[in-house]
Design a protein around this ligand. Sequence first.
Ligand code: DGJ
Length: 707
Amino acid sequence: MAAAIAHDRDTDTWLLSTRSTSYALRVDDRGVPRHIHWGGPLTLDAAASLPAAGSAVHSSFEGLTAVGEELTVDGANRYGPPALRVRFADGTRALTWRADGHEQPDRVTVLLHFRDPHYPLRTTLGYRVHPDTDVIERWTELAHTGDADDILVLRADSATLSIPLRDDYRLSHAVGRWAAETQLKREALPFGETVLTSRTGTTSHLAQPWVVLDAGDATEQHGQVWSAALAWSGSWQMTLQRTSDNQLSVNAGAGHDAVTVTLRPGETHATPPVLALYTPDGGFGTLSRAWHAHLRATTLPHPEETRPVLYNSWEATGFDVTLENQKRLASLAATLGVELFVMDDGWFGARRHDHAGLGDWTPHPGAFPDGLKPLADEVHRLGMAFGLWVEPEMVNPDSDLYRAHPDWVLHFPHRHRTELRNQLVLNFARPEVAAWAFDWLDRLVGENDVDHLKWDMNRSFSEAGWPDEPSGRGDRLWFDHVRAYHSLLDRLRAAHPHLRVEACSGGGGRVDPAVLARTDQVWISDNTDAADRLVIQHGYTQLYPVRTMAAWVTDVPNQQTGRSIPLRFRFHGAMSGALGIGGDLTRWRPEELKEAEQLVAEYKAVRHLVQHGELYRLRPPGDLQSLTAVQYLAPDGAEVAVFGWLPQPRFGLRPAPLRLAGLARDAHYREPRTGRVHHGAALLERGLDLQLPPQDWASTVVHLIRT
Ligand code: DGJ
């Protein structure tokens, strides 16, 4: 393989090479970093011979090429959306590029420095190449190199990514809301500027900080696809610009439109990384598998581990948790084969409902007179790991914490403090708040043998002010709150290496590669209706690995949708991720408990494939009349698990055989349950007959082992 980073001095062209892709840029003779190529492999010679992206100035109206700078800045006759926009103390807003050398701190990283010819601003474009996973990581660093006057940064994106010229473009992205997250949308990209954003302080339920782009011709199995994901767990913005002459760029960065950064002399501001991934063929399916491989190889804290089968008490006991009812649930869960028991909300302070107690993290004296240790011990005695729900960033105004520290919450001095779910947001950017949180979390985990924390966050920011910030720059909370969240998780994990963490924000309100770097699984939605879940899971796994996707079987009628779906279908839905159970087991009939026990065992027989295998989406979730199917293939190809769900067929029609993917044509595959043996070629060409029972809510799991 070519060197990860090569440089042609004559043309000042940089070539970044991965296993199957190349990315090239050039610092032109005016000192402007210009995009050259992002696509299939090129030699350095070939890259140096290419012109920079973008079109020549067309008239006195359109301005400089709107696409093609590696970071589009505000200034001169540029009229596109700027990725970097600053205002100097004298009011000047125009930025001018001037190359100022480069550094290569290691084999896979290059930093290109630029300085403004007049003002004391140094801009650094960072590139890190992941040769084995085809990801190019990019970020920007700004440094105030002067000794007077602040510089106001109005926008600092991590990067501008230019997509190669195509006749047409299509955007795939995920939208949602609470209990309806990550719904995949695939639509023609309009001309003009398309802004995807979150202004909530988290990545949000509303949109996901990633985009997938193709020329309108890719399918699940075929075609070139470009994509970008921001590793940032707060507000964010991605601006896609499709010009009238059909060029396309994406600016991606942290913070939303109103968030600014004030740089004092000597200060720096580093953006989070944006990860760019191009797959040359194989369509959306190959792209997803490439993302999963990258995140497994570089991001997840313990990719080699297998996520345990979890039980969570939330839907069973709500806020009414007691030592007795948790012990009862734990003992039933253990008989089903559950390996991790998590007590959810309600165990602390005056938290008997959502009006009080958040912030007072001591066990409720009535419910847990001797603290949490007796429950932890009992759960451990039953052979399960012990998990606990926390929501460290929040406070109920009716709490001792808030009465003692009303200034610790996000607020503006002359504005009402909007309560959502009767709670306010603690300002983790304040060092004393972050220190307080670390202190009690560290003790909670250490003193109670806690193996797993479910870290929740149940509201968006509002009145996001910090009036007594010592330097008068309260806006920095938008960044520093998120950094403190990350650093608390990092410190907790370092202090308790056995601790595993589940990310949650009222379901999937906060997930991105930075969350995945410091947690072990994600509670992706409060919606546990199995049919809705297939849609949410389909969107989640476009980028994120299946093993991080916590999925529970809960009771019927479903608490979110009111729909009653049979237990088996509910299980099969949840078994296609990291299986959990969240129903009230004390109300399950003996035959339901028996069936659940069998299904948990069935899951354990295939979960190495679900959690560590390659995902093939054979049939995306459509309407309730159609088959949804996924396949997980062992990394060595020797085993397969196929999941199929058919909610409500019409006219008694059965689906056509399901053509599998990625198998060896001349191998044979045996179903351990039935002993049936299939030819690989037959499974690829004719397909697998799922033999779904002739009834509504039919579902199945087929395990195949190469003979
Ligand atoms: C929202 C989470 O998504 C639920 O699973 C549960 O933990 C509740 N919060 C508890 O308040």
